[in-house]
Structures are given as C-alpha cells and as structure tokens.
Design a protein around this ligand. Structure first.
Ligand SMILES: NC(=O)c1ccc[n+]([C@@H]2O[C@H](COP(=O)([O-])OP(=O)(O)OC[C@H]3O[C@@H](n4cnc5c(N)ncnc54)[C@H](OP(=O)(O)O)[C@@H]3O)[C@@H](O)[C@H]2O)c1
Length: 258
C-alpha cells in the first residue's frame, strides 16, 4: 500500500454514504483527499479535521453542485492551488429530493426536467469532471478515473427508470473516455453497486422492501455497505489493476443473477 502515499484523490460527494467510505478507504493508505459537499458544510469541516488529525493526510472540502457540471472547471482550479498533483478522480455524487421530481418515479410519470437533472448530475458531471482531471493526470504521466454506477441499469428497481437509464449512459461514456485516454496512461472504469445501505437508498419510498428483497436475493444474505464499494475503488486505483480499463466492476452481493 506504500504506492498510494502522497497521491491525491478528487471525489464528488464525499460527505455521506459511499463517497465518505471511499474517502476513508483512501485516507487509510496515505492518499491526500480533495472532496466535495453540497449541503453538509458542517460534516465536511469535521471530516477535514478528522482526516488531517487522525490520518495525517492533507484533506480539503469544496462546495460543489453537480447540477452545474461546468463549474468543475472552477473547482479544479481551486484544487490546483491546494494540491500539487491529481492521481485519481471518482465521480460519485448523486442528487436527491426536489431535483429528482419527475425523474425518480414510475415510467408513466417521468418528466423531461427530472430525467434531464439526473442525466446532468450523472453523465454530464462525469464528462466535465473527467476532462478536468485528465488534463492534470496527463501532466504526471497517468491516473485512474472511476464513475460510481448501479445495477439499476441491469435489473428493474421501482421508480428507478431515470437513474437506471443515466447509469447505463455513464457506463457507455466511461468506455469512450477509457478508449481515448488510454495512450495518456489514464484508466477509466465504473464500479457498479447493488443496493447499498445509505441515505440515498433510505430516500426510496419502498426502502424497507428493497432492503429485505436485497437480503433475500443475495447469496451472502445481507444488503451492501458503503465499504463494499470503497475496496473495489482502491483496487482499481492500484497498480494491481494496471491493465484494467473500460470496464464495469459489479459489486452486488450476487443479487443480479437470482
Ligand atoms: N445507495 C445505493 O444503493 C447505491 C447503489 C449503487 C450505486 N450508488 C451510487 O453511489 C453514489 C453515491 O450514492 P450514496 O448512496 O452514497 O448517496 P448519499 O448517501 O445520498 O450521498 C450523496 C452525496 O452526494 C452529495 N450531493 C447531493 N446533492 C448534490 C449536488 N446537487 N451536488 C453535489 N453533490 C451533491 C451529498 O453531499 P451533502 O452531504 O453535502 O448533501 C453526499 O455527499 C451515487 O452515484 C449512487 O447512484 C448508490
């Protein structure tokens, strides 16, 4: 794990759920972290303090809204002032609440605005964030990019048409990015999760039902935890994955087969 020391991860949505677990997984092996938050400035501030004090890494939090993907340009300029290199970029943040009205619903109730918001936050944010990260990675001879996706583009999840379709799109976009960035030694992959017990899942109207169905479907008899995806991200950013690019790494507790 020595290989990670002094490298830098940029990740969107580091304050909760899967993003937070990834932040700590990388901090444990000495990676400096630039992470974003949207509404939880207090959590972000406490995390920075904890990461710097207890993990002895450099950490900084930046306010950011994935519904405005173009602002990734400004965000990376700010990060440039605080960090001298960018090795890893993980597009993780997801919108919820009012922003997904008309997007998180049944097919017959979908509305273009809700679908567009989810597409913007998922696909456009991945594109602009990866473009900015890749420019920096090229300068240091390479890097690793990951988009967090979900198996809701492989199996039906109630009300998930907007998200599932955007996740399918980001998985294809990832392949284009991987193909075009390979000669800069930048690898691009997706980590796709089955249902993971986070705030985003708790916001599902049928959370208890999804949780029980996941436990029933998984040969491992449990729902996924944020740390289950974090380990996959660390692997894909390591030299052990140096010939892995353009792929989706599914971490679903075996739930999509049954
Ligand atoms: N949970 C699952 O079952 C599951 C399964 C597979 C894949 N995923 C994917 O994993 C990723 C993380 O999901 P999660 O379950 O960890 O979500 P979560 O617990 O709801 O956390 C969402 C994160 O995104 C940030 N965020 C919210 N709105 C934002 C906005 N408008 N602009 C920028 N950042 C914003 C939040 O920041 P604040 O705390 O500041 O609001 C928070 O850090 C998503 O891409 C999701 O689709 C989730």
């Amino acid at each position: 794990m020595q290989e990670f020391k002094g490298k830098t991860l940029v990740i969107s949505g580091g304050t909760r759920g899967i993003g937070k677990a990834i932040v700590y997984e990388f901090a444990k092996v000495g990676v400096n972290i630039a992470f974003t938050y949207n509404s939880n400035a207090d959590i972000a501030r406490d995390m920075v303090e904890d990461l710097q004090t207890n993990y002895k890494i450099k950490a900084k939090a930046y306010e950011f809204n994935i519904l405005e993907p173009e602002s990734y340009k400004e965000l990376f300029e700010k990060i440039d002032l605080d960090f001298d290199r960018i090795d890893f970029f993980i597009s993780n943040a997801i919108i919820s609440g009012r922003a997904v009205v008309g997007g998180y619903t049944k097919f017959m109730k979908l509305k273009p605005k809700g679908i567009n918001n989810i597409f913007t936050a998922t696909v456009n944010a991945f594109v602009v964030g990866t473009q900015e990260a890749a420019k920096r990675m090229e300068k240091i001879g390479g890097g690793s990019v990951i988009s967090i996706s979900s198996t809701g583009n492989l199996v039906h999840i109630e009300n998930y048409a907007g998200h599932g379709t955007a996740k399918a799109a980001v998985e294809v976009m990832m392949k284009y990015a991987a193909t075009e960035l390979g000669d800069k030694n930048i690898r691009v992959n997706v980590v796709s999760g089955g249902p993971i017990d986070t705030d985003a899942l708790k916001a599902f109207t049928n959370y208890e039902e999804v949780k029980q169905a996941t436990i029933d479907l998984s040969p491992l008899n449990r729902i996924g935890q944020p740390s289950d995806l974090a380990g996959a991200c660390l692997f894909l950013c390591s030299s052990k994955a140096s010939w892995v690019t353009g792929h989706t790494f599914i971490v679903d507790g075996g739930t999509t087969f049954k």
